[in-house]
Design a protein around this ligand. Structure first.
Ligand SMILES: [Zn+2]
Length: 303
């Protein structure tokens, strides 16, 4: 019997106004060229990226900013939105670009309302405030696509037991909030949740670049080493793979095509790999290359 082909689900996080406006059309061209369908997660409210500058004062963030040259990658305007420049309203100003992903045959879901707010303050949010973030995003999503979202993916892989509980109440098919190895049902702070999680299994480009001699020229070798049979989930960003790192991303897709990798959407991955998913611990913790903690899939819990 021949070995099953490796399968990849591409998860596209769209964090900013510029990433939506410029990165999405670029990514759509690239994905069409390779005949790949991906899953796009949108930020649908204000772009307050400039406020993320306050993270400069937190451990590790300045080093990361310098390493990834964030200003040149994200653009100066993005660094000022929400501070010196008023925050643009992504869902209101760019509904056509957002809808074009669905028209091109991709799966769509909710990343957030306000990316910076969720990422920086979620742990301090009362349940009502978390609900409001997801509710506002859901309203705009429905205005654009005409139906209730089937999936969400938390900004910066940041979750709390309360955010998971609210997601459980939204009637979602699955979420993609964590870093891990295989689909699972999360258990956090002694609470068990019912929405399937499809975790990202690969590190992002910005986590790998600049560490251990990894450059845009050799980063794709790292990804080929990570490729395993079964499901691989790779998170890319409209701001990076759709912009400054698009040539590197195209190179990766060529290498994966040579290896007969099969691409699926996350919804297809949930159908195919989600049956009999185990219950696993989920906790916030640090991973290499990322300044802020992320939700990490832990060991299987007793059923
Ligand atoms: Zn994001």
């Amino acid at each position: 019997m021949s070995e099953p082909l490796p399968t990849i689900a591409l998860k596209v996080d769209v964090d900013t106004f510029i990433g939506t406006r410029d990165g999405i059309p670029n990514l759509l061209r690239i994905l069409q060229q390779f005949g790949i369908r991906a899953t796009f997660y949108f930020s649908l409210g204000p772009d307050n990226s400039g406020k993320a500058i306050r993270r400069i004062f937190r451990k590790g963030f300045l080093k990361k900013m310098l390493r990834t040259r964030a200003p040149s990658m994200y653009g100066l305007r993005t660094m000022l939105y929400g501070t010196l420049l008023p925050p643009p309203d992504i869902g209101k100003q760019l509904p056509g670009v957002i809808f074009s992903t669905k028209q091109a045959g991709h799966e769509v879901g909710i990343h957030c309302w306000d990316h910076v707010k969720w990422h920086d303050y979620l742990s301090r949010y009362p349940k009502q405030a978390i609900f409001r973030e997801l509710d506002q995003a859901s309203t705009v999503f429905e205005e654009i696509f005409g139906y209730h979202t089937r999936t969400t993916a938390a900004p910066g892989w940041t979750v709390t037991a309360d955010s998971l509980e609210i997601q459980d109440s939204m009637g979602l098919a699955y979420c993609s909030d964590a870093r891990g190895t295989c689909p699972f049902f999360p258990e956090m702070n002694g609470r068990r949740f019912t929405t399937l999680q499809i975790p990202s299994t690969w590190p992002t480009m910005d986590e790998l670049l600049g560490e251990n001699g990894i450059t845009p020229e050799n980063i794709n070798d790292q990804y080929l080493q990570l490729l395993k049979t079964g499901l691989n989930v790779h998170t890319i960003h409209a701001e990076l793979e759709g912009n400054a790192l698009s040539d590197t991303f195209v190179g990766l897709l060529h290498l994966l095509a040579e290896r007969n990798v099969r691409f699926v959407t996350l919804a297809e991955a949930a159908d195919e790999f989600g049956a009999d998913a185990p219950s696993c611990d989920l906790r916030m913790g640090y991973i290499e290359g990322r300044a802020m903690p992320v939700a990490i899939q832990g060991s299987t819990t007793a059923m």
